[in-house]
Design a protein around this ligand. Structure first.
Ligand code: NIG
Ligand code: FE
Length: 406
């Protein structure tokens, strides 16, 4: 059934904006007193002045009877929202001055979340994932990537991915799964890192394909996790198996974004430690530069060089990294606003980073802009000027969020 929604004080479509490089706010297409019509499959049919729609042609009209600014739903292309327990102890140690990598060496960190996630049942993991995804949805996030990687053995990684798949059926947001079994070699694995990766390649990835649990793999490239050589080995084999790839890159030291570009990854993610060299390399590539302000806030470290990436011509995506360790807040709106303020990004660059550019990091071209034929994934804010959204730094949440027009 075709449906008309409106009138909105402003619709900010993000149409006609470039996939890479700088964007000025003046480039935004803004339609005043506008409406949007949606077909039965949840795709956008038309966007124009509300008065120009023939209201009699629609079976349903969803009337918006307040001031409202409509923008595309956010796409969070990097999260770890499926986990058991919490890491408040790590957090307290970190704010008191102990470094993240030292806490990890002392038995905290990913290995701690691993124990708690292995101990959780598939249903428990599904339930917490739905809860977090629902919270995200209410704050405008209509597509959420979710990684495994807190179980680190074959059966429990499968458990995580199955629970994310079931969560996808219960939450309104779309959940996109990624296998991050290469997050770290678990302490209880007897063998080298290379042997662990071989186990994942030979046993886990074929089962993931068979059960259709994911078509994406990620790796944490860092001396304390998997080094450059191990990462290249793993990713080239995963690519041969038909997986799309993404990389946790340049978080504490460089190397990861070169791995990402060399292996044709969809995106290189983190980039807090990227230098001029990585900035130039990413800008010249088709690999999306995904930044995770929540990890800078959670670890109390510098933001990635976002301004430089955009000025050099990179495709800059912004995601939450929501996870129990480095990024417990998990809020796109607050993080996008803070990152924009600190890195001097235009509102248009922040919106682009959280919508169609992050969709590109997931290989998705059907969402992230309000254009004819794209999914009607949308969010409306109670204001009459789009600039109020980031100005309120997360305290003005959307009053309505649509997934495929519903
Ligand atoms: O993206 N850097 C590696 N992985 C996660 C953090 C994992 C954790 O500390 O639990 C991240 O920040
Ligand atoms: Fe992460």
């Amino acid at each position: 059934m075709n449906k008309l929604i409106g009138p909105f004080t402003q619709i900010v479509t993000l149409a006609n904006l470039p996939m890479k490089g700088r964007i000025e706010d003046e480039q935004l297409e803004i339609i005043d007193n506008a409406g949007v019509s949606v077909d039965e499959d949840g795709n956008i049919l038309a966007i124009k002045t509300f008065a120009d729609f023939d209201q009699d042609a629609f079976k349903e009209i969803e009337t918006i009877d307040q001031e409202a600014v409509l923008i595309p739903g956010f796409v969070d292309c990097h999260t770890h929202i499926c986990w058991g327990g919490n890491r408040a102890r790590d957090y307290a140690m970190r704010v008191a001055g102990k470094p993240y990598l030292e806490i990890a060496k002392a038995g905290g960190g990913i290995q701690d979340s691993m124990k708690k996630t292995r101990a959780a049942s598939e249903k428990e993991l599904k339930d917490v994932t739905v809860e977090r995804a629902d919270r995200h949805f209410s704050r405008g996030v209509t597509t959420i990537e979710v990684k495994s990687g807190y179980a680190l053995d074959i059966d429990n990684e499968l458990k995580m991915l199955r629970s994310i798949k079931s969560a996808d059926k219960e939450t309104k947001a779309d959940l996109i799964t990624t296998c991050l079994a290469a997050h770290m070699k678990p302490k209880d694995f007897e063998g080298s890192s290379r042997e662990y990766l071989d186990r994942v390649l030979d046993t886990l990835l074929p089962e993931i394909k068979k059960e259709n649990l994911s078509n994406r793999v990620d790796i944490f490239t860092e001396e304390t996790a998997f080094n450059v050589e191990e990462s290249n080995y793993y990713l080239s084999k995963a690519k041969d198996l038909g997986f799309d790839i993404t990389v946790h890159a340049d978080q504490f030291s460089t190397g990861g974004s070169k791995v990402a570009v060399d292996n044709g990854a969809l995106s290189a993610e983190h980039l807090e430690s990227s230098t001029e060299e990585e900035v130039k390399m990413l800008a010249e590539s088709e690999t999306v530069a995904t930044v995770l302000p929540g990890a800078s806030l959670g670890l109390g470290m510098q933001y990635p060089p976002c301004r430089k990436l955009l000025d050099a011509g990179a495709c800059l995506a912004i995601a939450s990294d929501w996870n129990p360790g480095s990024a417990p807040m998990g809020d796109m709106l607050i993080q996008g606003a803070l990152l924009g303020a600190m890195e001097k990004l235009s509102t248009a660059e922040v919106f682009a980073g959280m919508t169609f550019r992050s969709a590109k990091a997931l290989g998705l071209s059907d969402r992230g802009k309000l254009e004819v034929g794209k999914l009607a994934d949308m969010q409306a804010y109670p204001c009459n000027d789009y600039r109020e959204i980031l100005y309120n730094q997360g305290m003005l949440p959307p009053f309505k969020v649509w997934k495929k027009g519903n």
